[in-house]
Design a protein around this ligand. Sequence first.
Ligand code: C2O
Ligand code: CU
Length: 469
Amino acid sequence: AVLGTAGFVVLDRPSASGLLRSARLPKPFAVPLPVAAAARPVRTSGDTDYYELTQRAADVEIIPGTRTQIWGYDGMFPGPLFRFRSGRQAVVRIRNGLEVPTSTHLHGGVTPPDSDGYPTDLVRPNATKDYTYPLRQRAATLWYHDHRMDYSAPQVWRGLMGMAIVADDEDDNLPLPKDDHDIPLIICDRAFADDGSFIYPALRPGPGVEAPFGNGVLGDVILVNGAPWPVLEVDASKYRFRILNASNARQYRLKLDPGGDLVQVGSDVGLLAAPVRHTEIPVSPAERFDVVVDFAAYPVGTEVTLVNTLESGDTGRVMRFKVVRPGRSAATVPDRLSAVDKLGGPVATRTFDFRAGSGDGMRMWTVNGEMFDPDKTMARPGLGTVERWRFASDFHHPVHLHLAHFQVVARDNQRPMASDAGWKDTVEVRPYEVVEVLARFDGYRGRYMLHCHNLEHEDMGMMVNFDVG
Ligand code: C2O
Ligand code: CU
């Protein structure tokens, strides 16, 4: 690692030969979609499951025929898939086998402050920390990732992230697709050098590509579950896909080609009240969409491509499904999924303005004109209260709250988008837009954070504390 001119660590200097030549990239839709095995507890006692993980470097084959050094939980990229159970506490012991400090955040978790992965609550090299997740929360698709202050972006880029699915009886008892028809799709972009190593920051400035960091770091290879433009063979029946945008900065607008419904059953933090039918879904960094796709709508033999309509060419493609045999599952999507009570009665209204700023002659990112200061707090919501938070912005900023889940109530005083439905922990605020949410500050007292989940913006200051008291 070297210190870049902007004062940020550049983990991999682009080699003289630069980006991996496209001739060495795999043909799209040739690599099978991998699905990480579930992490197994090392022991279980009463209502607690204990896990142990080591963060370490590993050489893995991402681009066929090349090796990429990653930093992964248990040397995996993405990390092991956690299958947690609502009401059962999980204690995850993380040993840091890397040469840099880390901090792990369970994104979407209702977690006491000392296990929340605060950016300065560091696990030093060779140290361990027990993260306690009480999981007194409903079924949801969560994820975990590094949150080290100023370095989350390069450390997540290197591989420090994974998915954590929380199950409960309500979700289990629905007739939704299950088991091998319930599949995580962790989507992220990366860039590779000719020798296979990750490049960070990735793309050189040029036509259509801003200077590194300005708007976040983008890669030119789209990975799903760590595989480039993979393919999944499916039968002609319904599948549940847990879509996570784990990219540092890339936005997607997902659509099936040749057409078809993405039936949303869950949002960031759990089931919707009723399914929402989309033909396209905008997915900004850190958002999750739990969707059902019915491949019975296509004749056997059809190839269905998941595309990103915001882009064309290679980055406009994500993965492909091949309908290879008739279906045999009886799964259905019921009209009622869960009870989602509308939040009301906010006791305070606060506005947070997400904007570019400058400091020390460089471009920085600010909230209400300030860059992150771990010693300052910008709000003190009362435990158990509901507040109206307004997010204003000058660019695309996926805004995320730790601890508190929220409901989107308005965009520019108009109705929110169809994709804003349900309980959320991250919301995309588009340029010059004001998004209003009602957030419930439930769970624990203590210091939590509000930040932009464009990881380069986060590292460059776009983060503030709030203290739940
Ligand atoms: Cu997924 Cu504080 O972030
Ligand atoms: Cu941002």
